[in-house]
Design a protein around this ligand. Structure first.
Ligand code: DHB
Ligand code: FE
Length: 316
């Protein structure tokens, strides 16, 4: 049986992609951002997901104002990299998982979520930047990716509640897939930011930290938040955070927060990153714990290693 072991949230700021592509990651401004993902890269290398489901938004690359699906699932075998004006980013083509995607489509649509299915779709920085942050810049992405594009660009985006419930339906779909696959779900975008208008440059760190706390411990508080509150508190583009609730809905009620990173700004945006592991489905058991057990480290040694890593575990 397939199982979701963990959820990750990550920024998708396009300038992060440009910093990677133009070899500027060691500049102090960018180093601060990339450093925050070093432990995450170690974590995901240990977890070794078989598939990642990446919830993101398209930026008029695959879609345009002529056609705006609310939820679009990538069911193709391959997703080419979109040309966003400077040529396609020099990152590997994104390989899909058509079998699992088709299974999710069937299960979720029969559960009354009307997804748009994309058998051909280019993916932009909204998807590739989070992959870079978690996997670095490999020659090939280490696992297949199922893209789920959400409209947060043109009013009305889906509600947080709808997103959370879609996450629930995805969880059910994955858990009914017969093959034994380890799945990680990404929620991307956010945190507070506003790119244009009178409040351009707005960042609300107090709101962001409370959002991260609630994401781990009390997502039911977030699902009730309406779009106006997102926009008032987190800026016009802060509404991207409804996508994180799809990720959270796909996890169990109780999760372990194993890592958190927050920094401001990256471009116009507050970068918030969190890793949540399911307790019962073996996120930690299947990943971090196994190699540790194999290496037969003593308990005090393990304790010291954990302290060194300064991994923050917050019980929900
Ligand atoms: C920026 C952030 C975004 O989330 C986005 O989609 C585009 C630009 C920015 O900070 O510049
Ligand atoms: Fe964005």
């Amino acid at each position: 049986m397939a199982r979701i072991v963990a959820g990750v949230t990550s920024s998708h700021v396009p300038a992060i992609g440009a910093a990677i592509d133009n070899h500027r990651t060691s500049e102090p401004y960018w180093q601060r951002v990339f450093e925050g993902f070093e432990r995450s890269k170690e974590w995901i290398a240990k977890v070794k997901p078989d598939v990642c489901i990446v919830v993101y938004n398209d930026h008029a690359s695959a879609f345009s104002v002529e056609m705006i699906p609310t939820f679009a699932l990538g069911t193709a075998a391959e997703f080419p990299i979109a040309d966003e004006g400077w040529g396609p980013r020099p990152v590997p083509v994104v390989k899909g998982h058509p079998q699992l995607a088709a299974h999710i489509a069937q299960s979720v649509i029969l559960d009354e979520f009307d997804l748009t299915l994309c058998n051909k779709m280019e993916v932009d920085h909204g998807l590739t930047v989070p992959l870079n942050l978690m996997f670095g810049t490999p020659k090939e992405w280490p696992c297949p990716v199922i893209p789920l594009a959400v409209n947060v660009v043109m009013f009305p985006p889906p509600t947080g509640n709808r997103c959370f419930n879609l996450g629930r339906a995805i969880k059910k779909a994955v858990e009914s897939y017969p093959e034994d696959l380890k799945v990680v779900v990404f929620g991307t975008g956010g945190m507070s930011h506003q790119i244009s208008g009178q409040r351009a440059g707005l960042i609300n760190s107090k709101f962001d930290h409370a959002f991260l706390d609630n994401l781990t411990r009390n997502p039911q508080k977030l699902v009730r938040m309406d779009h106006l509150e997102y926009m008032r508190e987190a800026g016009a583009e802060g509404v991207e955070m409804v996508m994180w609730l799809i990720m959270r809905g796909a996890l169990e009620d109780k999760v372990d927060e194993v890592y958190r990173f927050y920094t401001v700004p990256a471009s116009n945006t507050a970068v918030g990153h969190i890793i949540l592991e399911n307790r019962s489905k073996g996120g930690r058991k299947a990943a971090a714990r196994k190699p540790a057990a194999k290496s037969r480290k003593s308990a005090p040694k393990l304790k010291r290693a954990a302290a060194r890593q300064k991994i923050q575990r917050i019980r929900s």
